[in-house]
Design a protein around this ligand. Sequence first.
Ligand code: 1CP
Length: 318
Amino acid sequence: MRQAGRYLPEYRATREQAGGFLDLCYAPDLAEEVTLQPIRRFDFDAAILFADILLIPQALGQELWFETGEGPRLSLISNAESLSLDGAQNFLAPVFDTVRRLSQSLPQHVALIGFAGAPWTVASYMVAGRGTPDQAPARHLAHSDAAAFQSIIDVLVAATIDYLAAQVAAGAEVLQIFESWAASLLGDDFERWCVAPMAAIIAGLRARGIKTPIIAFPRAAKAHMGDYCDAVKCDGLGLDTSADIETIRAQTGPDMVLQGNLDPMVLVEGGEKLEKQIALILQKTRGTKHIFNLGHGIVPQTPPEHVARLIELVRGEN
Ligand code: 1CP
């Protein structure tokens, strides 16, 4: 869903060289290269590690592959029995290698963002074996056998703490945790499967003395964002395209760092619409702690010139 590089010809060339998408994720020199490509072109203030949220299930022993033109596929599970934490971080060692390389090769002023998926979102793929519009298989398991679903979530929490801690040890300067499917849960379900695991990961990292800023991205969550931030204790909050910046700012107070929420489709369109949207976000966020960013992943058909124009407009303001 982030899929940052796919709008760039240089990404497509490196991806071709790697073979498959997963080969690219596990080849530190190539993953480093595709992380650097947008920075070279646009001089962004931050780079996000090239990897995927589904590497953790694979490291835990679940089969993972990508169907060309379709997306991820995983062998099916309905409890944690076949998952193993032993060896998981070893399996992920190439990712830490990529982070180490990037912390050397990125310009000093460019922050390196490490990341992972949040347990609910990752589990939704693990249980369905693929992406789903409504996460129905995971919601069904969470209701029909909460203990089994909890066992999957618990393994993910433990693996994710280790994974993010290792990224920090390798040089990640900011962490982002993607809860892409936060909108499919409400009320107690949201509390149990989104809030509690996110809080446990952040608390687990803090208990290890890790002070790295952590941005949570509960995409399109319907909860009160002030309460969410208080509960999970994140340092930053990613806003999707549907979020109203001023409303969320009022909910979180002035100290929370917000990030987002330009519509990626507006970036595809460009022109006057893009200029207006950017001006509006800049106006709404002036003088506040806000990281200019999209509200969701950049789409492959985005013309790179529109990204260059965005940078010009945002930088012109400062
Ligand atoms: O080249 C290709 O065809 C593969 C496309 C691709 C890429 C480039 C996938 C498959 N993942 C990625 C990289 C990726 N994914 C990054 C690295 C940085 C970047 O390129 O920007 C990151 C941060 C992610 C995160 C990710 N993967 C999320 C959460 C983020 C979000 O935007 O909400 C999710 C849900 C995924 C799963 C995933 N990986 C890839 C696809 C097609 C999907 C979505 C599957 C679906 O639900 O249909």
